[in-house]
Design a protein around this ligand. Structure first.
Ligand code: ADP
Ligand code: MG
Length: 695
């Protein structure tokens, strides 16, 4: 179903007044075709439909006024300004200009009638309007009011609002003569009583006088929701395409390996939780099919995702193929490396290590093991999918903390495993559980498994928030806990993305604690250290040789030291809830009651206060994520821009998340109708290149 309407698809140069220079400026705003203008929705609206009598003006409200010039004078008070006093019999107002030409000044002769539009504010001599748009009126001419509300478009550098309005007007005229194809199935539109595309676009660009501006400012008007719906649908369909594509691809069916897997599970020092067993089964079923698995495991920190990954890897290796596990940081990758080495110690499995910082000689050795197929399990960082790495038979790709990687990186590693048209299975894991509706939008290309149970015996971490003025008390608490043989983390957050400050803050905290608690060993890890040094310190902490570990957020994900029972976080008010929850998840893994202290700098605003209280109230990562989402937005929750989440034109994932279940249903009916329809929807919203879906 090609869009038949060639006029809407035509370049902007077909519009009056668009020459090469303007076309270029518009191109910078991602506006190329006539249709693009239609989807450039106003940010807000101004009401120029009625003239407010001057006596009825109220400060803080943008108003349209008209009256007769009573007095115009240039004054110098700090800065030169032109004051034009107008009256209409009911009252007076001053128009104040800082930038004006002699010619303009001459226009405002006493007795001249003008109309003006702008923000009304209190001034030194009654109400004034600073730099209003204005018009000189001819005798007897009434102020020109508009029939509909005036749209204000998003910042359009170098292109004036008036110009944009004019172009959008032309685009609307073209649209009305030859309406665009309605792509939403009738069934869907009727069910949810949605306006047609043409109706929605016309309404939003030229809302009638009585439009509910409040509802529109929240993006909740049916016309806005209808467009958001179609956009979410487009992105959803595009991700589902990826999923369907994977179903049509072939992979090695990993059906064997049951005995080694069973004995591995039986020999573990703990029993798998019911949730872990369920997820292991889901993975096994996927791996046994001749199509690539694309599965996401969501599980709160400490829910035991690593061992589930190990079981999947063991199954692959037992079937005679390779598995690779990629982690976002060296520290994490190293920790997996150690876990796997311990778990697989008695088995005939060769492991290979690959990271950016390793020595050339070591790297060459690893590459040879990977290339020859001698290595069954390969563990590492981003280095895994870089050039020069060739796998012999990569059939399973495991990605930890997937929110730290983009779709592209995931696909790059997957591409490494494509041989003879066979694709590797993919398992991605995240400890940032996201609400179901958001997951529908973000991970529509993946099947999801949830580990919704913590290993038994874990006591929920108790959390308090304290002002940093009570730091001494907290130090005393650390001292007492460590005297009893426990261990503590002391975390200093990233300061304004600056590596240097970050490290200085951690150093200062380290010095403070070393001085305050001389009888304890206080260690320090931060992002600027060499991996080997970091590793050594982490290991001493793990072995109990270090009691208090001062760290920057490098320890954020994955580090596992069960004896640590105290987590102190400085400047907690600056961190995201999910990040704080991750950090808190480092403790509460052993038998003793663990505590988390959130130190904050005063004064703490209402917003920050309610954020911190979320952590005091719940230990459930899903609840934290939901609140984080409401308070911050999906970009931050998922790791800014790395998610591969598209930039939406109309939709807002938080505001419109509740549409997702309906979007999912609509996607089914679109697919039932025709695949071409799905393509047309994707093309309309994601561009010809399928900006997102194609990787
Ligand atoms: P995460 O899901 O945050 O990656 P890990 O895989 O690091 O969690 O597991 C956290 C800790 O829990 C590890 O020490 C791991 O060995 C342990 N663990 C995992 N599963 C269980 C279980 N079923 N019973 C007890 N301990 C477990
Ligand atoms: Mg983990």
């Amino acid at each position: 179903m090609q869009e038949k309407n060639s006029k809407l698809q035509a370049p902007l140069s077909v519009l009056n007044g668009v020459g090469p220079a303007l076309a270029e400026k518009l191109g910078k705003l991602d506006l190329y075709r006539v249709e693009d203008l239609l989807f450039l929705l106003p940010l807000r609206y101004e009401d120029r439909t009625t003239v407010t009598p001057l006596g009825a003006l109220r400060p803080g409200i943008r108003s349209m006024v008209s009256g007769e010039v009573l007095l115009a004078e240039t004054v110098y008070r700090g800065r030169r300004s032109l004051l034009v006093r107008i009256g209409d019999g009911t009252g007076q107002v001053t128009l104040r200009y800082f930038y004006f030409s002699r010619q303009q000044q001459a226009q405002f002769q006493p007795g001249t009638r003008v109309s003006a539009y702008g923000d009304v504010r209190p001034g030194p001599i009654g109400l004034e309007i600073v730099h209003p748009e204005y018009r000189i009126l001819r005798e007897e001419q009434a102020a020109v009011t508009e029939d509909s509300l005036t749209p204000v478009y998003p910042a359009t550098e170098g292109v004036q609002q008036g110009r944009i309005r004019n172009l959008v007007g032309q685009a609307l005229a073209i649209m009305l003569k030859a309406p665009p194809v309605e792509l939403l199935p009738d069934e869907t539109r009727e069910k949810y009583r949605m306006p047609s595309l043409t109706e929605a676009l016309t309404y939003l660009h030229q809302p009638p006088k009585d439009a509910d501006l409040k509802q529109m400012s929240f993006g909740k008007h049916p016309c806005q929701q209808r467009l958001a719906f179609e956009e979410l649908l487009a992105h959803y369909l595009s991700l589902r395409n990826l999923r369907l594509l994977a179903r049509s691809e072939s992979a090695i069916a990993l059906t064997g390996g049951q005995d080694p897997v069973d004995s591995f599970i039986n020999e573990l020092p703990f029993r798998l939780t019911a949730a872990q067993r369920r997820v292991v089964d889901e993975i096994s079923a996927d791996l046994a099919t001749p199509h690539p698995m694309m599965r996401l495991i969501q599980g709160d920190v400490g829910s035991g995702k690593t061992v589930v990954a190990a079981i999947a890897a063991l199954r692959a290796i037992s079937c005679g193929v390779q598995a690779a596990m990629m982690a976002p940081t060296e520290l994490l990758a190293e920790q997996h490396w150690q876990s796997f080495r311990d778990w697989f110690a008695d088995r005939d499995i060769k492991l290979a290590w690959l990271s950016g910082s390793q020595r050339q000689k070591q790297r060459r050795e690893s590459l040879a093991l990977i290339d020859s197929g001698d290595a069954g399990l390969i563990v590492g960082t981003h280095a895994l999918f870089q050039e020069g790495v060739t796998f012999d038979s990569l059939a399973l790709v495991i990605i930890d903390e997937q929110h730290r990687f983009g779709v592209h990186q995931r696909m790059a590693l997957r591409d490494k495993g494509i041989t003879q048209a066979r694709h590797p299975h993919q398992l991605v894991m995240t400890a940032t559980p996201i609400p179901r509706t958001l997951a529908m939008a973000a991970y529509a290309d993946l099947d999801t498994s949830i580990i919704d149970e913590l290993p038994p015996g874990r006591k929920p971490v108790q959390t308090v928030a304290l002002p940093e003025t009570r730091r001494d008390e907290v130090v005393g608490r650390v001292r007492r806990a460590c005297a009893e043989g426990q261990q503590a983390y002391w975390v200093c957050p990233l300061i304004e993305e600056s590596d240097v400050l970050d490290y200085q803050a951690a150093e200062a905290a380290h010095a403070m604690l070393t001085e305050a608690i001389p009888e304890l060993t206080v260690g320090l890890v931060h992002g600027r250290m060499k991996a080997a040094t970091k590793d050594k310190i982490m290991r001493s902490f793990k072995d109990g040789d270090i009691s208090v570990l001062v760290a920057t957020t490098v320890i954020e994900v994955g580090v596992d030291v069960p004896n640590a029972s105290l987590m102190i976080i400085e400047n907690a008010e600056r961190m995201g809830l999910s990040q704080l929850h991750q950090l808190r998840g480092r403790v509460g893994r052993g038998a003793v009651q663990s505590h988390c202290v959130l130190l904050y700098r005063q004064p703490l605003g209402e917003h920050a206060k309610s954020r911190l209280s979320v952590l005091r109230e719940t230990n459930d990562g899903f609840v934290v994520a939901q609140r984080d989402l409401e308070l911050r937005g999906p970009g931050e929750l998922l790791g800014t821009r790395q998610t591969g989440l598209p930039q939406y034109r109309v939709a807002d994932l938080i505001r419109d998340a509740e549409l997702m279940p309906k979007v999912q249903l609509a996607a089914e009916s679109v697919r039932r109708e025709s695949p071409q329809l799905a393509d047309a929807i994707i093309r309309r919203w994601t561009g010809d290149s399928g900006r997102y879906g194609k990787v």
